[in-house]
Write a protein that binds this ligand. Structure first.
Ligand SMILES: C[S@@+](CC[C@H](N)C(=O)[O-])C[C@H]1O[C@@H](n2cnc3c(N)ncnc32)[C@H](O)[C@@H]1O
Length: 244
């Protein structure tokens, strides 16, 4: 299978290319910048709050936790977790998005790093020597990873943290694809994307098969629990909890 290989540039320019905005100006723009939208409007406060609650329970966050938020975007969610843990490191490879995080979503116990997630975890010790994370989050970003990169990422996490929980949220589930393309027009839209070879899938990224995620975890000797999301959050994405 072919994968799109320029997601970094895609996300760097996303706010401008999709909305014609040079930079984030207000809270609504933060949602647009990381595609936290429905019909191109920011998601409701109810959905936003629900996702934050699901992250906290899914990761069983605790005041002593050291959390790494991989592909953290502009810190929209990272920031809301600051009071639930001891320390957070947010990592994202888009310079413009990390600049936004540092401008709007700073906190004493959060640091943001501009780096690819795999590169960051590969050289973790040079970034944060002596600090061992207990929890990892990746919210709505696995769709932008080829399977081998994801396997390498999980392998690095396992090497850095002897005990950990890794919550990978919002992964487009190939088995639920027709909940998303659920009208003749939407089905046609998808067919057109495929016919013109749009590897970004209009920005949604790759539809993952649950068994491919299970296989990667099995090969690394890790536990993995997969749960399909529910509306109003989504009826076509899944969440994965990986642990030792
Ligand atoms: C849909 S946004 C989600 C952002 C954030 N997690 C949230 O839930 O608001 C996807 C983010 O993943 C980042 N990203 C994608 N692939 C990445 C990679 N390999 N390493 C680091 N960041 C990545 C993009 O720059 C973008 O900010």
């Amino acid at each position: 299978m072919e994968y799109f290989d320029n997601w970094q540039d895609y996300w760097d320019k996303f706010l401008f290319n999709r909305y014609g905005k040079e930079a984030v100006q207000n809270e609504d723009d933060l949602f647009l910048q990381v595609a936290r939208t429905e019909n191109r409007k920011r998601v409701t406060q109810e959905i936003f709050d629900r996702i934050i609650a699901l992250i906290k329970t899914g990761l069983d966050l605790d005041a002593g936790d050291i959390l790494v938020d991989l592909c953290c975007g502009n810190g929209l969610f990272t920031y809301e977790l600051r009071d639930s843990v001891k320390q957070i490191t947010g990592v994202d490879f888009s310079k413009s998005i990390i600049e936004t995080a540092n401008k709007y979503k700073k906190a004493d116990n959060i640091s943001y790093h501009c780096s690819g997630a795999v590169d960051f975890m590969k050289s973790y010790g040079t970034f944060l020597p002596g600090i061992i994370p207990s929890k990892y989050l990746m919210n709505d970003a696995l769709a932008y990873f080829p399977p081998n990169d994801f396997k390498e990422l999980v392998f690095c996490i396992k090497s850095v943290s002897p005990h950990f929980k890794f919550l990978v949220r919002g992964v487009p589930n190939d088995e639920l694809k027709w909940n998303y393309y659920n009208t003749p027009e939407r089905k046609q839209f998808y067919a057109n994307l495929q016919a013109k070879g749009d590897l970004t899938n209009d920005g949604l990224g790759t539809w993952w098969q649950p068994q491919d995620i299970k296989r990667i975890c099995d090969e690394l000797g890790l536990n993995c629990e997969i749960t399909n999301q529910q509306l109003p959050v989504s009826n076509f994405r899944m969440d994965i909890c990986i642990s030792i």
